[in-house]
Ligand binder design. Structure first.
Ligand SMILES: [Fe+2]
Length: 199
């Protein structure tokens, strides 16, 4: 069965008060994410990947040695990444549940220090990519950054929080100011209940 574009878990204007405009979500979800889904369906038709789960396609096509990943990987991983990203945001979910706050404090010293390091990862990703809070197989937390569509599935990690730092995610609302976009994302857009549910 072909992959389909998931609906946003909220209205297109639901995040506007938090700093992500209706226009950004109309372009980012309705056009960019849709293009990844459409291209993925086109590329896997008639191949060994048709009918496989999205996670299996991502991990099965990730090439650890290639600088440029193949088209199936790029579109599958971006479909997965964006599907997570929409769920990781929400209006009025800015309070960090106690168990997650404790884990962040233990891992990074404080919530503020976590936010600082996460922002640094996003700002420091040269070109397009993602910043992540991940849980490693041993249960430890880490902050990572990945290029283009590469994601924690490629490294056997659980994605707790991801921030899209492709320009299409922030250029309408923040122009070239990626640091401000990241600061706003962490303080006003993250659905911490969703992040905690992944932990
Ligand atoms: Fe994106």
């Amino acid at each position: 069965m072909a992959f389909t574009l998931p609906d946003l878990p909220y209205a297109h204007d639901a995040l506007a008060a938090g700093g992500m405009s209706k226009e950004t979500l109309e372009y980012h979800h309705d056009k960019h994410h849709k293009a990844y889904v459409d291209k993925l369906n086109e590329l896997i038709a008639g191949t060994e990947w048709e009918g496989k789960s999205l996670e299996d396609i991502v991990t099965g096509t990730y090439n650890k040695t290639a600088v440029a990943q193949n088209g199936i990987f790029n579109n599958a991983s971006q479909h997965w990444n964006h599907s997570q990203f929409w769920e990781m945001m929400g209006a009025g979910k800015n309070t960090i549940p106690g168990n997650l706050e404790k884990a962040l404090t233990e891992a990074f010293g404080s919530v503020d220090e976590f936010k600082k390091k996460f922002s640094e990862a996003g700002v420091g990703q040269f070109g397009s990519g993602w910043a992540w809070l991940v849980k490693n197989a041993d249960g430890s937390l880490a902050i990572t950054k990945t290029e283009n569509g590469v994601n924690p599935l490629c490294f056997g990690q659980t994605a707790l929080l991801g921030c899209d730092v492709w320009e299409h995610s922030y250029y309408i609302d923040f122009r070239n100011a990626r640091p401000k976009y990241l600061e706003n994302f962490l303080n006003n857009l993250v659905n911490w209940e969703n992040v905690a549910s992944r932990y």
